[in-house]
Design a protein around this ligand. Structure first.
Ligand code: AMP
Length: 307
């Protein structure tokens, strides 16, 4: 089954309690496509970069059978740049710099070879651009998953709501769910957000796991308790890539299968945070991924006798 991913490809500069990086490759589509490539091939990316983008990274994407035919290169412009700093608990961060550069007037083009994709992942981007990708696909995919962030809630709320109304699954973090709904209770927030369009809602809670809601069901997946979280950047995107990649590999969009997909997404995200940037996601073996998924199964499995 084919998967198309749209989102930012970026340079990030990060500060965590463990150290600092200069410009390293990041971006939503980067993390999503790497994560999804462990479950489904090919992964088709729609994005835009400047002439300064790292060619070794593009090569790595090709090695992982990620197509960059839909990645525009603006030779004389600069790639999107984002810089963030994490606080000691690593669950919260502040954005220091967002330079949209090539993303500022991004007009996505969908190559013919991407048409007919059954699964679409709208990674973090301006909501109007996310919507234009849905509109430029000749056939509506079987499942559309959307990620977004507070940045767009602050500056483009109306467009965000318009795009949300067109998707099946929305993936956001707890703070964003509260901001979007105006509700502190995540259960109340979920109801309000699903009334805006998406039939399924994922609320990510960092080291406290993730919740999957549908109209009448809820599922909780923990995050793997890790001794050291080195850099959480991209964990949310990696989660989304693992989630949608797993669903695309099975073709099954039922709630039961989404539960498995949440576990696969959580497993991939647990690798992402072990090193800076995309470092840990570059060359995992299938055995490592399978063993990590098994760790999640063992973490939550228990027997009991009801009295
Ligand atoms: P995450 O940690 O999963 O929320 O994702 C972090 C990634 O999102 C970084 O690699 C950034 O390059 C990218 N990012 C941050 N802000 C934006 C934005 N406004 N639009 C698109 N991508 C962004």
């Amino acid at each position: 089954m084919s998967l198309t991913v749209v989102g930012s490809m970026a340079f990030d500069a990060l500060e965590t309690p463990f150290g600092k990086t200069d410009k390293i490759v990041g971006g939503a589509a980067t993390y999503i496509s790497l994560a999804a490539s462990y479950f489904v091939k090919p992964v088709n990316v729609v994005s835009v970069v400047g002439g300064d983008f790292d060619q070794d990274h593009i090569k790595l994407m090709h090695e992982r059978e990620i197509s960059t035919e839909g990645v525009q290169v603006k030779e004389n412009e600069k790639s999107f740049f984002w810089s963030g700093r994490y606080f000691n608990d690593m669950n919260s961060r502040e954005t220091l710099v967002t330079e949209l550069n090539v993303l500022g007037d991004f007009d996505p083009a969908i190559p013919d070879s991407y048409q007919g994709c059954e699964f679409l992942m709208l990674g973090n981007l301006a909501p109007a651009v996310q919507r234009s990708v849905i509109e430029r696909l000749h056939n509506r995919p079987k499942l559309i998953v959307m990620d977004t962030m507070n940045f767009w809630m602050n500056i483009a709320l109306d467009e965000l709501k318009e795009t949300m109304a067109l998707v099946d699954v929305l993936s956001i973090n707890d703070e964003e769910a509260r901001q979007l709904s105006g509700e502190y209770s995540l259960v109340k927030a979920a109801k309000k957000i699903m009334a805006m369009g998406p039939k399924f809602l994922i609320i990510k809670k960092g080291e406290h796991g993730a919740l999957l809601f549908s109209e009448d069901k809820v599922f909780f997946a923990p995050a793997l308790p890790l001794e050291e979280v080195f850099d959480p950047t991209g964990a949310g995107d990696t989660f989304a890539g693992g989630f949608v990649g797993y669903i695309a590999s099975t073709g099954d969009t039922s709630f039961e299968n989404m539960k498995r997909a949440v576990i696969h997404g959580s497993a991939l995200a647990s690798f992402c945070v072990e090193k800076f940037g995309t470092e840990r996601l570059k060359d995992l073996s299938q055995e490592e991924v399978a063993a990590r998924v098994q760790q999640f199964v063992d973490l939550v499995k228990f027997d009991t006798v009801l009295q």
